[in-house]
Design a protein around this ligand. Structure first.
Ligand code: TYM
Length: 334
């Protein structure tokens, strides 16, 4: 059975795009696979960020993941910077990664346009992602659509390293998508993303969910309540399909097509569905916040389990690359 690895940035808020596109798959896969779920703080620092807030956001992401159903008894949940082998392997992998491959990554092109001076960390971001996955020799990587190009590069990097040093050592990992591979933000403009401010957090308080939905974009043809709409052109209709019961979804489509109600009425029903869907997660998050040591303990135990695998991979990688064994009592080298 293939080992599973996936990662998420410590943005603080686990939003419904993350959940539908990736996290719900993690929750399912952990029932049958060996799963490593990593909060990737070293990736988060490749763009402007608030150092004073990072720790709280990292903990809050861990709360979100456990509340969403990641079971620390089944999955290894940990923070990337707690396992230094990630950056060590990333350095090694830069030596087999062509510069041109990194420069043509669409996420790099998009994000670098927003930077005054383009930093090397942003360019090397996908190499660190390759290290994340290959360190655990994972075969399956459940992600949203935006990560597909990075995954292709990870396979390429694995191939290059294998060819040069040890054929077959690193599996070429496969992406796994959900039906909701790309959730559009509430502004209707692009991918749902915390940095765009167009999200609904899964742990949002009930009243806040409706507040978020009120200004959300719907079918542009519905200028007034009397204009009929086309559900296929409404981003919120697709969210109904994920969160509302089948009978409600049908009713919503019918009322939209016949101008039987206004978009605000439709949003109210969607808010109720989202709130109901995540009620158990909100409850669980309250328990976790009341016992803050619990989350730190989970992350600590996760880092120990991850390190056990990571140090063994690095021992073999160093050996295959001809690096001199250090034999140090501290465990450095091999
Ligand atoms: P991140 O933190 O942006 O997102 C975490 C996961 O959520 C998915 N996702 C979405 N899916 C559908 N619709 C959306 N609007 C949406 N927004 C986010 C992402 O595709 C992702 O699966 N580079 C990665 C983190 C990472 C990683 C890894 C992932 C680092 N190392 C190794 C897999 C394997 C990222 O920034 O994800």
């Amino acid at each position: 059975m293939a080992r599973v690895f996936s990662g998420i940035q410590p943005s603080g808020e686990l939003h419904i795009g993350n959940y539908l596109g990736a996290v719900q798959n993690w929750v399912k896969l952990q029932m049958e696979h060996d799963c490593f779920i990593c909060i990737v703080d070293y990736h988060a620092i490749t763009q402007d960020y608030d150092a004073a807030a990072l720790e709280a956001r990292t903990l809050e992401m861990a709360v979100g993941l456990v509340a969403a159903g990641i079971d620390p008894e089944r999955s290894v949940l940990f923070v990337q910077s707690h396992v230094p082998e990630h950056t060590e392997l990333a350095w090694i992998l830069t030596t087999v990664t062509p510069l041109g491959d990194l420069e043509r990554m669409t996420q790099f092109k998009d994000k670098s346009q927003r930077q005054e001076s383009i930093l090397a960390g942003l360019l090397n971001y996908p190499v660190l992602q390759a290290a994340d996955i290959l360190l655990y020799r994972a075969g399956l990587v459940p992600v949203g659509e935006d990560q597909i190009q990075h995954l292709e590069l990870v396979r390429e990097i694995a191939r290059k390293w294998n060819t040069r040093f040890a054929p077959g050592f690193f599996p070429e990992p496969q992406a796994q998508l959900t039906k909701a591979r790309r959730i559009v933000g509430l502004d209707g403009l692009g991918k749902m993303s915390k940095s765009m401010g167009n999200t609904i957090g899964i742990l949002e308080e009930p009243a806040a969910v409706f507040d978020r939905l009120k200004p959300a974009k719907t079918d542009p043809a519905r200028v007034t309540k009397k204009d009929p709409g086309d559900p296929a052109k409404c981003n919120l209709y697709s969210l109904h399909q994920y969160f509302s019961p089948a009978a409600t979804v049908e009713d919503v489509a019918q009322k939209c097509r016949t101008a039987g109600w206004g978009c605000l009425d439709c949003k109210r029903v969607l808010a109720d569905s989202v709130v109901a869907h995540f009620a158990p997660a909100r409850e669980k998050s309250r328990e976790l916040r009341n016992a803050p040591e619990r989350i730190r303990d989970i992350l600590h135990a996760g880092a120990e389990k991850a390190r056990a695998v990571a140090t063994e991979t690095m021992r073999e990688v160093r050996e295959k690359m001809g690096l001199l064994a250090a034999h140090m009592p501290s465990g450095v080298g091999r």
